[in-house]
Design a protein around this ligand. Structure first.
Ligand code: FAD
Length: 266
């Protein structure tokens, strides 16, 4: 058994294909359009917003005589007017590592605008349980003993069952147990694993969905582990995409960051 702390990795983001964007802009006679967006994600959101209103420059649309030139102002206005659908064009790819199934059960409730790949405990045998414990447990020595001992016991049971089913047995010809058999047993064994065990989930979300989940899951009423993880997400995205998340403010509540936007649910 090992003690772990949930970790957040932002491993991917949406990219502009500049040559094609340029071709399209020339096609609509707006080849001189540029953006001061700090990232491709923010540039794309601005681009799709301008596409809606044909507002790459004044008078392209005879109804539009004035345009906002700066990416931060443009995105702030999209969010203020709740034109949130354009934020769905850009995605962020995360890995949440050493998170519990308590966390993943809550995360997967967010369905709109996300993609999920969860470590399979049908395939992956639990021979080394990782454990992260909430503050109420960590602060109480007696509770810690109960949690740590229970985890150790449950890890031992996994090992005992692996021996009972001879999962690692190799026959005289050097052949391992059939993989389908191992899978069936591994799947059965996970039924007596704790939902607090550390696992991994890949999670991608578009900017509109991410703004919503960040707000909800860093709220002081949310569970401690998901608050902890999304506190880290907030720190990453508010720094890296400062215009997309420019209306978010954070403050520490009960030791964890709480992110609130001016424009909720765009
Ligand atoms: C503090 C807290 C406690 C919770 N406790 C429980 C609990 O005890 N039991 C439980 O089951 N769940 C619980 N949940 C989960 C909660 O009910 C939601 O399922 C979860 O937060 C997902 O959020 P969402 O519904 O906004 O969905 P998302 O998938 O994040 O969707 C975003 C938004 O899109 C719209 N949307 C998405 N899907 C649809 C749809 N099918 N139809 C219409 N509009 C849609 C809604 O406006 C929605 O808010 C809890 C959540 C929190 C934050």
């Amino acid at each position: 058994m090992r003690s772990v702390e949930p970790k957040v990795f932002l491993i991917g983001e949406t990219r502009v294909i500049e040559s094609e964007l340029s071709e399209y802009l020339k096609h609509i006679n707006a080849g001189d359009w540029t953006s001061n967006a700090p990232t491709d994600s923010e540039k794309l959101v601005e681009f799709y917003g301008r596409l809606c209103y044909r507002s790459f420059k004044p008078k392209m649309n005879p109804n539009v005589s004035k345009i906002r030139n700066s990416n931060d102002q443009y995105l702030a206005n999209l969010e203020k007017t709740h034109h949130g659908s354009v934020l769905e064009h850009v995605n962020f790819n995360f890995v949440f590592a050493d998170v519990s199934r308590v966390f993943t059960h809550e995360l997967v409730r967010h369905r709109a605008g996300v993609a999920i790949s969860q470590e399979s405990l049908r395939y992956v045998r639990l021979d080394d349980l990782g454990q992260w414990l909430p503050t109420v447990v960590r602060e109480d020595e007696r509770a810690m003993t109960v949690f740590v001992n229970t985890f150790k016991e449950l890890e031992l049971l996994q090992k005992e069952l692996a021996i009972l089913y001879e999962l690692d047995k190799v026959d005289e010809s050097g052949k391992e147990k059939n993989f389908e058999f191992k899978k069936k047993i591994t799947s059965a064994m996970r039924r007596i694993a704790p939902i607090g065990l550390a696992t991994t989930i890949g999670w991608s979300a578009n900017a509109r969905a991410l703004r919503w989940v960040l707000e909800m899951r860093t709220d002081p009423s949310a569970e401690e582990e998901i608050r902890f993880v999304f506190g880290k997400v907030g720190e990453i995205v508010c720094k890296r995409y400062s215009n997309l998340f420019g209306d978010f403010e954070s403050k520490i509540v009960d030791g964890l960051p709480c992110y609130k936007p001016i424009n909720s649910k765009v």
